[in-house]
Design a binder for this molecule. Sequence first.
Ligand SMILES: C[S@@+](CC[C@H](N)C(=O)[O-])C[C@H]1O[C@@H](n2cnc3c(N)ncnc32)[C@H](O)[C@@H]1O
Length: 198
Amino acid sequence: MTAWTDHRTFLRRALRRPALIGAPAPTGATLAAEIAAVLPGTGTPAVVELGAGTGALSPAIRSRLSPGSRYVAVEVDGELVAHLRRRMPWLEVLHGDAADLATLLDGAGVGPVDAVVSSLPWTLLPPAQQRDMLAGIASTLAPGGVFTTISTLTALPTRVRELRRSLDSAFAEVVATAPVWRNVPPSRLYVCRGPRSC
Ligand SMILES: C[S@@+](CC[C@H](N)C(=O)[O-])C[C@H]1O[C@@H](n2cnc3c(N)ncnc32)[C@H](O)[C@@H]1O
């Protein structure tokens, strides 16, 4: 299997389930490297990736983490779960909905999490659902933990403002990074710390 297979699988699922996938192509290497750089580069953290897709972020995340770290990916689409398991046998993939994160992590024996990485299509979700999911994510974080999510610059400005408000309701600190224009679609990260639910 190759990067071409990843792109083809991604596009097929995006055409079949556009509201779930929410992007035309897997995240590019520049943004993946930026996300990985937010993660703890020392120690043995527990890291969770939400919406792993075809695994565009996964090798960069894996490279960032020291041996002994726990890295778990959550993906709701069954075909993408099967793809990930074939393509990245080293990745621990949980088939489920990020809305049920605490239950999924409990079932996998993952304790408080040091970092959660997300590329979920937040701006396609109603604000109430965003807030519920973000509160659930925040509640899984260990003290000092970080939540990072991709936000596409092509989303409607009103939806981006809603997402920003939802992030502010869940976290004490929300920092937007500079746009990565070469990503498809151009995107930035929000890096969030200090869960308000703690
Ligand atoms: C924009 S794609 C990102 C895929 C990949 N991480 C990347 O960066 O290329 C969003 C992914 O989130 C998954 N997803 C959407 N809603 C989800 C949910 N509630 N729980 C888990 N995964 C979800 C989709 O199936 C899709 O794989």
